[in-house]
Design a protein around this ligand. Structure first.
Ligand SMILES: [Zn+2]
Length: 219
């Protein structure tokens, strides 16, 4: 089935969508990237877009999701902002992706060595940067409470920050909450390692959801 079609997206399960991303990152790490013909990609997507996943990630120049997951034009909605934080406009973009376009996977992707996290930890205050960094503070407090005080502190915060963004999305967006409860979308939390190119998919709410359903049926 053609990947860039309404039919493909309608028949794709959240699980399968997640698998495409996992496989794509394996290709990226193992240098087995698909040969993306740019002209062909333009031709394939000129009629419309059917992105199977929406990914909220950091603006960091080393974390381009199309490269990390070996995807092409029209495959991913990419929302990028320093520290992959959530605000009203980002929630709106996520809602548009999952409800009106039909993306099956909603991922929040943090990364190691995040400059926004380091700046938040250092208490940087300047212009609009202050407000954005304030949104990262709860994740710093969480990592501190856990006692993650080693030299990987900012990376521990990266995980807490992804969890925090996922929680915020589920708490603040009725649209996302509703589609997730119905099993129509999967939620994934992941952290990209800038040293290895590997993505640690540490939070898979898609499968957890499925297990809960199965457990329920068994009872
Ligand atoms: Zn970053």
């Amino acid at each position: 089935m053609r990947k860039h079609s309404k039919e493909f997206l309608e028949n794709l399960t959240p699980d399968k969508g997640f698998e495409i991303l996992v496989d794509g990152n394996k290709r990226f790490v193992n240098r087995l990237n698909t040969d993306h013909d740019h002209l062909e990609m333009i031709n394939e997507t000129r009629e419309g877009q059917f992105p199977f996943a929406v990914i909220l990630s950091c603006m960091d120049s080393r974390t381009s999701v199309e490269l990390i997951f070996d995807q092409g034009l029209g495959d991913l909605f990419s929302i990028r902002v320093a520290g992959n934080i959530v605000n009203e406009d980002i929630l709106a973009s996520l809602e548009y992706a999952v409800k009106y376009v039909g993306s099956k996977v909603l991922m929040v992707l943090g990364h190691t060595e995040c400059g926004a996290i380091k700046s938040a930890k250092a208490g940087v205050q300047d212009g609009h940067i202050t407000g954005l960094l304030n949104r990262i503070q709860p994740s710093i407090s969480k990592a501190m409470l856990k006692g993650d005080h080693d030299h990987h502190f900012s990376d521990h915060v990266a995980y807490a920050n992804v969890e925090n963004s996922l929680e915020e999305i589920l708490t603040r967006s009725d649209i996302v909450k509703d589609l997730f409860a119905k099993g129509q979308i999967g939620l994934i939390g992941a952290v990209y390692n800038i040293e290895t190119g590997e993505v640690d998919f540490f939070k898979d709410l898609t499968r957890k959801n499925k297990k809960q359903k199965t457990a329920g049926m068994a009872v």
